[in-house]
Design a protein around this ligand. Structure first.
Ligand SMILES: C[S@@+](CC[C@H](N)C(=O)[O-])C[C@H]1O[C@@H](n2cnc3c(N)ncnc32)[C@H](O)[C@@H]1O
Length: 400
């Protein structure tokens, strides 16, 4: 059975939870072999479009072999792989995912390049100052199949696993969707598209079931769900301007991605009136980033932060109660919970107690093989953009 290496994004816990969830949704059985803060190694039969669905994985590579950590072993495997491509030219590079990239790796690369040139063939050895080549460098220098090879090397228990990169994240597309969409509202805070996609994936929802975002704002969750192929999308927000932004952004998305035909059903409505307005309709998943509280400067006193936390706790409890009747019995509620950060203080909402009071449990999506320190008592995943005063805990709520 083939083995793969997923190079994980900035929040590896989220990346791994997403891989596990997408595998579940797509009925792919994964045998987790090794998980670190940088990569996850699995044994699986992965469908060709697996990587394209993920938001938290930077690169996907297929394992070529397990070697002794020596220049000759790497040289032999890399040389053989490049020859078997049967290309007139060879483009290649090495990325080292472990402590201390060995100095001999450069020599191996230079020798391979020289050997090709000695036969009168073109060879391009791509190097970088960092131990790893970035996704941009890999794509721009044609190191992806079928043209070239990025060798991903991960030292494990005295040996070296060598893999070939099959795909890297579509960085230009992600950036366009984040910064290029016409309607952005920095004031209320926009969910980064990658986090929105990841949250939709955590819901493990069948594509024919309905998905609701009751705080849709600029529509990021709905857009990522449409790109993943969901066909029944609902959004609401109590601010008419939010619904207008969602409408415009969605139209923009459809212009760029001609395969999207779905149109979301949108309502201007407070979350507290929604159940009545939708007359008892239920959804397979609710995926949402609710109101995160007033914008913080980072200079708030503890007392002020505690006041905000108390207000938000009431708001979140009322929100979960309002949404509870709108999730299918076996459905999931995937939510952002704000973490308030100012002057070295970090305040979280009492989520465990609150979910119990509202009849939900927090689901743990991480496989047993993850490092022990990834699990906390709250069973929450965390997303934080450096410099921000609000962190985001990601809760996966289900009925017990
Ligand atoms: C943090 S923003 C969500 C942003 C959204 N995820 C996006 O990507 O643009 C929170 C949204 O909640 C809306 N909101 C606040 N209170 C609400 C309520 N009681 N019912 C419905 N929407 C509400 C705000 O208008 C705002 O658009």
């Amino acid at each position: 059975m083939p083995q793969y290496i997923f190079i994980l994004g900035r929040e590896p816990e989220l990346s791994v939870a997403e891989i596990a969830s997408v595998a579940q949704r797509e009925n792919v059985s994964l045998a987790w072999q090794h998980v670190t803060g940088r990569f996850a190694q699995v044994e699986a039969e992965l469908p060709a479009d697996f990587m394209a669905q993920l938001a938290g994985t930077v690169k996907l590579a297929q394992v070529l072999g397990r070697l002794a950590t020596s220049p000759s072993a790497v040289s032999e495997l890399a040389g053989r792989t490049l020859t078997e491509l049967n290309n007139e030219q060879c483009h290649f590079g090495f990325s080292w995912y472990g402590e201390g990239r060995p100095a001999w790796l450069e020599r191996v690369g230079m020798q391979i390049k020289k050997a090709w040139r000695a036969q009168g063939l073109r060879a391009r050895y791509v190097v970088s100052r960092e131990p790893q080549l970035s996704s941009v460098v890999v794509a721009k220098n044609k190191l992806l199949p079928p043209e070239g090879v990025e060798f991903v090397l991960t030292p494990q228990a005295g040996e070296l696993i060598v893999a070939r990169t099959l795909a890297v994240q579509e960085f230009a597309d992600w950036s366009q969707r984040d910064y290029g969409r016409p309607e952005r509202d920095a004031k209320v805070g926009m969910l980064p598209p990658k986090l929105a996609r990841l949250m939709v994936n955590l819901a493990q929802l069948n594509r024919s079931s309905g998905l609701l975002d009751p705080f849709c704002g600029s529509g990021t969750v709905l857009q990522e769900a449409a790109l993943l192929g969901y066909r029944e999308l609902w959004g609401s927000d109590n601010d008419a301007a939010g619904i207008e932004r969602t409408t415009k952004n969605f139209a923009w998305l459809k212009e760029r991605y001609s395969n999207i035909t779905v149109e979301p059903t949108l309502k201007v409505c407070s979350v507290f009136d929604l159940a009545k307005r939708l007359s008892g309709r239920r959804f397979g998943a609710i995926v949402t980033e609710p109101y995160l509280g007033p914008p913080l400067t980072g200079h708030e006193s503890r007392r002020r932060l505690e006041g905000i936390r108390a207000e938000l706790t009431d708001f979140y409890e009322a929100t979960v109660r309002a949404l509870a009747g709108m999730v299918d019995e076996a459905g999931r509620l995937i939510m952002v919970w704000p973490v308030l950060i100012a002057g070295g203080i970090e305040l979280r909402l009492p989520l465990l107690e609150l979910s119990q009071r509202t009849g939900f449990v927090l689901e743990d999506l991480l496989p047993p093989q993850v490092p022990a320190r990834w699990r906390n008592e709250r069973q929450l995943l965390y997303y934080y953009r450096p410099g921000q005063h609000v962190g985001r805990e990601i809760a996966v709520l289900k009925r017990p």
